[in-house]
Design a protein around this ligand. Structure first.
Ligand SMILES: CC(C)(COP(=O)(O)OP(=O)(O)OC[C@H]1O[C@@H](n2cnc3c(N)ncnc32)[C@H](O)[C@@H]1OP(=O)(O)O)[C@@H](O)C(=O)NCCC(=O)NCCS
Length: 185
């Protein structure tokens, strides 16, 4: 093993079916990780993630999604063995460093098995460690899955606004008893 290898992997998470996944922080220049997760999203998941139909990522999209810096742009990756199966990220608001926009996607074949809950827990903890107090998340109004996910992750959610198609949610990261912890299946 290289002496330069930094282990950013958290303790493994056990899914309801017993399989173990790991959540790690994405490093710089992991365009391949971004591409692998995007490839595993169907059309509906892509639209829910990007709020518009997204058949492919442009070069600009890819560079932006891979441009983590560990301070203002942080991404957590769920891994099954050597395969990335989901990404959750936050991008800090330059005008309000205690706020950040957050987004998440789990590849279709791994949804509804607890991966999203593990990613949200890790992202919330990472955000708190970075001094973020609230995440803003924009969702399509028919996206019940993400609302159930946030309920499952025990995150306090407020409605900030939105339009006909979207809703802007405010997630409080201020610690409360039980908040952000994984609940038992
Ligand atoms: C939303 C998303 C991240 C959830 O990830 P996940 O790995 O399926 O989440 P979990 O397995 O941890 O499930 C958490 C809860 O959400 C529910 N859920 C997940 N997907 C759902 C769906 N499509 N419809 C209804 N409920 C859903 C689960 O049943 C579970 O609820 P429960 O505990 O009450 O049973 C995933 O569906 C996804 O990637 N969607 C596309 C992208 C997206 O919508 N991103 C959000 C906007 S940025």
């Amino acid at each position: 093993m290289s002496v330069d290898c930094v282990d950013r992997t958290e303790a493994p998470h056990q899914l309801a079916d017993g399989r173990l996944i790991a959540v790690r922080e994405m490093g710089p220049d992991e365009e391949e990780t971004v591409l692998q997760v995007f490839a595993g999203l169907g059309a509906t998941s892509r639209e829910r993630r990007f709020l518009t139909p997204k058949p492919r990522l442009s070069g600009r999209d890819l560079r932006q999604l891979a441009a983590v810096d560990g301070v203002d742009h942080v991404a957590m990756v769920a891994m099954f063995e050597d395969t990335p199966i989901g990404i959750a990220r936050f991008v800090r608001d330059p005008a309000d460093p205690q706020s950040a926009d957050a987004a998440i996607a789990v590849v279709d074949g791994w949804q509804r098995q607890g991966v999203g809950t593990a990613l949200v827990g890790a992202l919330v903890q990472r955000g708190r460690d970075a001094g973020v107090h609230r995440f803003g998340v924009t969702i399509l109004r028919d996206n019940d899955g993400v609302l159930r996910l946030l309920r499952r992750a025990r995150i306090e959610v407020g409605l900030l606004g939105g339009d006909r198609d979207t809703a802007e949610l405010a997630l409080s990261l201020v610690a409360q008893p039980g908040a952000g912890q994984r609940s038992r299946p």
